[in-house]
Design a protein around this ligand. Structure first.
Ligand code: GLN
Length: 480
């Protein structure tokens, strides 16, 4: 079994032909993942009991002649900000180092109901704050394509396990780019659905109006399969949408001839040349497929990074208030009184980036500055969303780079938060607008570093986005 190149189709074939059982596959996949993990530190911990239990259920269904489900027997990984009952869920934070949740996230329940086998939990930036995975309390992740470089973040572990082949697919979360940017850096597919398309129940909250759960996969079809399983209304999350979920696989028909694709000029100005060249070659493939490519403008793009870092820090400062040493968390020892206990617990528990964001968020929400910062940022957010709405009057899809540069070296940007924040300059806008967006591999630089192309569509048009990305992938991407 070549685990490193397994896809959902191959798992289905193998199980169908009785070449292996789900338990055999899970056992081998766990072994492989445990042996390979020291190279990347992508998994934080494994969940062998849970994986084998799920695999046994798949084998039982198969033995009874039943359908094992759309993900029957498929080894998957889950970002550690997504809760798993009975399996430690740390969110990459020292504060939750020993937290074992009493319930499962909805996306996890749905994955397992579809036959998915969860091998373990993946490393990430603390509370999903970061672009390089270096803010994890449990050490950074190394990029499988270049071990001296970051895998991107915050879902760096999920990107890395799929690229490394230690899981066939994975779940991540995206607030401002945390699925698309690591997918791009690691050379895999990463999908951020429309806000509300996938339930956030059981996702550790960072910035609730921006948080999304979404899949990583080795190809668009597998990504579509995972999305199919986790999407749809959930009564446990009142912000999850009632919009019906179409059959995504049937939309992957390669028919993109005549599709109107917009290239926002603001996204092509400050690109590193190799990234820019690859994206241009990708666009050439889209043209050959019959797409009608035009230049468009999203004039408020310049304000997106500032707007995002006001809104997300404001929401983070509120969400992180719950880690007080009373609930969930490890409590600091020997406090003098209650206030001292809060102070010590939070002071010792949070890493530098979380502290920075709590301070910034508290400041922008303070009585004297609320109007000047938070309220203003909300208005700018509405303008950014309006830019996209207008653009989608003219085009069916928007194509951009995912990040201005490929994976950078470990340590290169960690001391310069502003430089780090620029990693997400092209992904933050889609998050603020709440529209579906994804990264699809678009070749590699001369040094072998993967580059991703971003595809964005209207609210709830994941089908159109997946169709375009799938057609691009089938045409050979940049080689097409
Ligand atoms: N890198 C961005 C940040 O640090 C996005 C993180 C995310 O999407 N979770 O906030």
């Amino acid at each position: 079994m070549d685990l490193a190149s397994l896809s959902v189709d191959r798992v289905k074939e193998g199980l169908g032909a009785r070449r292996f059982s789900a338990v055999e596959l899970a056992t081998e996949a766990l072994q492989f993942a445990e042996t390979e993990n020291p190279k990347t530190n992508a998994y934080l911990h494994f969940s062998p009991e849970r994986a084998l239990e799920a695999a046994r259920r798949v084998d039982q269904r198969l033995a009874r002649g039943e359908d094992p489900g759309p993900l029957g027997g498929v080894p998957v990984a889950v970002k550690d900000v997504i809760l798993t009952k009975g399996v430690r869920s740390t969110a990459g934070s020292k504060l939750l180092a020993h937290y074992v949740p009493p319930y499962d996230a909805t996306a996890v329940i749905r994955l397992e109901r579809a036959g998915g086998v969860i091998l373990g939990k993946t490393n990430c930036d603390e509370f999903a704050m970061g672009s390089s995975n270096e803010n994890s309390a449990f050490g950074p992740v190394r990029n499988p394509a270049a071990p001296d470089r970051v895998p991107g973040g915050s879902s760096g572990g999920s990107g890395a396990v799929v690229a490394q082949g230690t899981a066939v697919a994975a779940l991540g979360s995206d607030t401002g780019g945390s699925i698309r940017q690591p997918a791009s850096f690691c050379g895999v597919v990463g999908i951020t659905p429309t806000y509300g398309r996938v339930s956030r129940y059981g996702l550790v909250a960072f910035a609730s109006s921006l948080d999304h759960v979404g899949p990583f996969a080795r190809n668009v079809k597998d990504g579509a399969r995972l999305l199919q399983v986790i999407a749809g209304r959930d009564e446990m999350d009142s912000t999850s949408a009632f919009a019906p979920v179409p059959d995504y696989l049937s939309q992957l028909d390669g028919k993109v001839n005549g599709l109107r694709v917009g290239l926002p000029r603001e996204y092509f100005q400050a690109l590193a040349s190799e990234t820019g060249d690859l994206i241009q070659r990708g666009i050439e493939t889209l043209r050959k497929l019959g797409c009608r490519v035009t230049e468009i403008s999203l004039p408020t793009t310049d304000y997106a990074v500032a707007c995002y870092y006001i809104i997300c820090t404001a929401e983070a400062s509120s969400n992180l208030a719950r880690y007080d040493g009373v609930r969930y968390t490890t409590r600091a020892s020997d406090p003098e009184n209650l206030i001292d206990m809060y102070r010590k617990t939070r002071g010792e528990g949070f890493g530098a980036e979380c502290k920075r964001r709590i301070m910034l968020g508290t400041y922008v929400l303070s009585a004297g500055y609320y109007d000047a910062y938070y309220l203003k940022a909300q208005k700018v957010r509405a303008l950014i969303a309006r830019d996209f709405a207008r653009a989608f009057d003219e085009v069916d899809a928007i194509v951009t780079p995912v990040s201005p540069f490929p994976a950078f070296k470990l340590g290169e940007k960690i001391d310069d938060p502003l430089e780090m924040y620029l990693s997400d300059i092209y992904t933050i806008t889609g998050s603020l607008a709440g529209i579906p967006c994804m990264s699809v591999p678009c070749g590699r630089t001369a040094a072998g570093l993967p580059v991703g192309m971003q595809v964005l569509t209207r609210h709830f048009d994941e089908a159109g986005m997946l169709r375009l990305a799938d057609a691009f992938e089938r045409a050979g991407g940049v080689e097409g």
